[in-house]
Design a protein around this ligand. Structure first.
Ligand code: PHE
Length: 446
């Protein structure tokens, strides 16, 4: 069982490290770009505050009270006769599925750190070509960097909560926050900043449709690391007497803050150099490198800092995607940490190779099923289906299965009676209803 616990600050940085990831810097700006900016951002912010916040407290509570891995914590907190709820703890497996593409994208970022150091592409079309070249023909290069990512992630997780995860987050998170804020202040001095601000914060309601709402809710879960047990597993190592409301508000503020700063600085750079906002997943790998090239020597420095920050963000999230499964194997199957890390790690490493092949021109045909290839299916199934389902399970468990008195007692030091009443209503009615609507919409979309 757990011996080493997080320090309070260590937990906050680790949970924020989990939340702040590729979702904030790579994904959020391009989906905001695709779904029209301001209106999307507003829907996303409301979702984060209402649903994200209440589900985060629920997820933290399960780990904080359960003190075990996901399966063990659900089992321990289940009332007599309802031990079937332990199966909800298997959502930790979602993390491994996410890692099958997440690690590959971290690999691309490593590659772009090298590109920033050597030669940036001199135009958007050149950048587009080299990115597509990497995906379609660069199997060896991607494999090399995916292997590096696998080694980095597993070598942190194998050192455990205290010596690995807390330590790395204490180092990388402050650097990441510094780089993003520093770059934001530079963006603030450019003319195009006001245009970026307008794009991100002035809502154009005509651009919002049901698909945009589904994407915004799915992304709120993804970006806050909710619904798969990452926050749950970390919370099992929280110091006793933690104020869960305060801690989750800080994590949410950091996550949202970094996403908004990243969005603003990216769009400022893009608008300053006349590039468009909607570029899809290639936004940071295509438009941005070309813009950095235009900036000359300063651009090289910015590119380097940017991709390093992105790599840090990715790694601190990746360790939280692996830890739930590792903790499960240690707690339930009596694996040593080494054996648990290696077996869970090899799973995402090997399946990740399939994701690499799915994007290549040589194998894409065999690895495309219906409208998506293997890589995109993993992204879609995890972010849009499994995380919301996991979040729904947590909301129902805490809202309906656990006795109210037990929940209230557990949150005694975290909120007053009025706050509890509000939160309890959100977790019983608002979060499940919103998640169900999203899922029904999803069925209609496919
Ligand atoms: N929150 C991370 C991101 O924004 C991804 C993640 C999802 C991490 C789920 C852990 C659990 O990139």
């Amino acid at each position: 069982m757990k011996i080493a616990r997080f320090s309070q600050l260590g937990f906050i940085l680790a949970a924020a490290g989990s939340a702040v990831g590729l979702g904030n810097i790579w994904k959020f700006p391009y989906i905001a770009g695709e779904y029209g900016g301001g209106a999307f951002v507003l829907v996303y912010l409301v979702t984060v505050l209402v649903i994200g916040f209440s589900v985060m407290i629920a997820e933290m509570l399960i780990g904080y009270k359960g003190r075990l891995d996901g399966v063990g914590s659900f089992e321990k907190l289940s009332p007599a006769g309802k031990s079937g709820w332990k199966y909800a703890g298997f959502m930790g497996f979602t993390g491994l599925l996410i890692l099958t593409f997440y690690s590959v994208v971290i690999g691309w970022i490593f590659h772009y750190v090298v590109v920033a150091l050597s030669t940036l592409p001199s135009s958007v079309s050149e950048a587009e070509q080299s990115f597509h070249q990497l995906l379609s023909a660069g199997i060896g290069t991607q494999l090399f960097y995916h292997t590096l990512a696998f080694m980095a992630i597993t070598s942190i997780v194998v050192r455990g909560i205290k010596g690995g995860i807390e330590k790395i987050n204490m180092k990388l998170m402050p650097i990441l926050i510094l780089i993003v804020t520093g770059m934001f202040f530079y963006a603030l001095s450019l003319d195009a900043f006001s245009k970026a601000w307008e794009f991100m914060f002035v809502p154009e309601w005509s651009k919002i449709d049901s698909e945009a709402i589904v994407v915004a809710v799915g992304h709120a879960f993804f970006t806050l690391s909710l619904g798969m047990g990452a926050i749950l597993t970390y919370s099992a190592s929280l110091p006793r007497e933690t104020n869960l409301t305060r801690v989750s508000l800080i994590v949410i503020a950091l996550d949202t803050g970094i996403a908004l700063l990243a969005g603003l600085l990216l769009f400022t750079f893009l608008f300053e150099y006349g590039a468009g906002p909607a570029q899809g997943p290639g936004l940071v790998f295509i438009s941005l490198p070309a813009v950095f090239y235009e900036m000359g020597i300063l651009g090289t420095v910015l590119a380097l800092l940017f991709f390093i920050a992105l790599a840090f963000a990715g790694l601190t999230s990746a360790v939280s995607l692996l830890e739930p499964m590792v903790q499960y194997l240690i707690d339930r199957s009596n694996f040593t940490r080494f054996k648990a890390t290696l077996s869970a790690g090899l799973f995402f490493y090997i399946v990740g190779i399939v994701s690499i092949l799915a994007n290549s021109s040589e194998f894409s045909q065999q690895l495309t099923f219906g409208s998506r290839n293997f890589f995109d299916w993993m992204d879609f199934i995890t972010a849009s289906v499994l995380l919301p389902v996991g979040g729904l399970a947590m909301a129902i468990f805490v809202g309906y299965v656990m006795p109210k008195t037990q929940v209230q007692a557990a949150l005694k030091g975290s909120m007053n009676d009025r706050g509890f009443a509000l939160w309890y209503a959100a977790i019983r009615y608002i979060a499940p209803a919103a998640l169900l609507i999203v899922m029904l919409n999803l069925l209609g979309m496919e």
